[in-house]
Ligand binder design. Structure first.
Ligand code: ADP
Length: 256
């Protein structure tokens, strides 16, 4: 198991430029006349593990889905690596998702589930086999590659979902409560594993949770949300040691 401490993103290898900087610029979102995000600004750095933390209903999922291109919003702009993607459909944003209930294909094996998105993108032959093998190794699922989802534990299924999301080398990985359905012990193990895989694949991650402990352990930085506002952004240690409001202090003090 790799370290879970919140290290700064590592330097790019061999002159590669790190990919996956996300800028949220003055984004507002209304549902049926009710504002659920208020002129939100946020910069997530390339290669960073960034957590959106906050109570239920604070706007975390809405913000994540706006970054994904899954929701029409009222005003503002989303940029990835300096390019405005506000009007780009999801498929053209070069992002991967892992959601709590984002089901695997039950009739396909682990390897076939991982290969699925690659095949759609016309990856074939040796190149397909090589990439699926790389992902099986990264997610440590090699021994389970011929099983079907029903033959896997919840944690193993989420590893397959993670592998499937990473197979196409997305610039940004969006995770919405991916561990929500699992028990506490498994959440800790799989959380550290997600962090290791994110670092090894050098993918920017934006992770939604209401669990303070998860945010503290996993994040390079986190943003604490309340009622459609990001109240504070910083490294977990900074936010915990110097909460900037009564809300942040109280929320971080709560136990799950
Ligand atoms: P969180 O992820 O922090 O739990 P959400 O982003 O899901 O919060 O929700 C933010 C607010 O927007 C909540 O008040 C929720 O009820 C509302 N909301 C979310 N999705 C919709 C929708 N499709 N239609 C109407 N209201 C919505």
């Amino acid at each position: 198991m790799s370290s879970t401490h919140a290290a700064a993103p590592t330097a790019p290898a061999r002159g590669e430029t790190k990919r996956g900087e996300v800028i949220v610029d003055q984004v507002s979102c209304d549902f049926s006349g009710t504002r659920v995000l208020h002129e939100t600004d946020l910069t997530v750095e390339a290669g960073e593990f960034f957590t959106l933390l906050g109570p239920s209903g604070s706007g975390k999922t809405t913000l994540l889905r706006i970054i994904a291109g899954l929701i029409d919003f009222t005003s503002g702009r989303i940029a990835i690596d300096g390019a405005d993607v506000t009007k780009l459909p999801t498929q053209q944003r070069d992002i991967g998702f892992v959601f709590q209930n984002y089901a695997l294909f039950p009739h396909l094996t682990v390897a076939q589930n991982i290969a699925f998105g690659l095949k759609i993108r016309k990856v074939r032959g040796q190149q397909l086999i090589k990439r699926v093998d790389e992902i099986l190794e990264l997610t440590e699922l090699g021994a389970l590659k011929d099983r079907h989802p029903a033959q896997l534990s919840g944690g193993q299924q989420q590893r397959v979902a993670l592998g499937r999301a990473l197979a196409q080398r997305p610039r940004v990985l969006l995770l919405d409560e991916p561990l929500g359905a699992l028990d506490r012990r498994l959440r800790q193990d799989l959380g550290s594993e997600i962090r290791r895989i994110q670092q090894e694949s050098e993918t920017t991650a934006i992770y939604v949770t209401h669990d303070q402990e998860e945010a503290y352990i996993l994040s390079d930085r986190m943003g604490v949300m309340e009622a459609g506002y990001i109240r504070q952004v910083g490294a977990p240690r900074e936010v915990y040691s110097a909460p900037n409001s009564g809300f942040v202090a109280n929320f971080l003090g709560e136990t799950n």
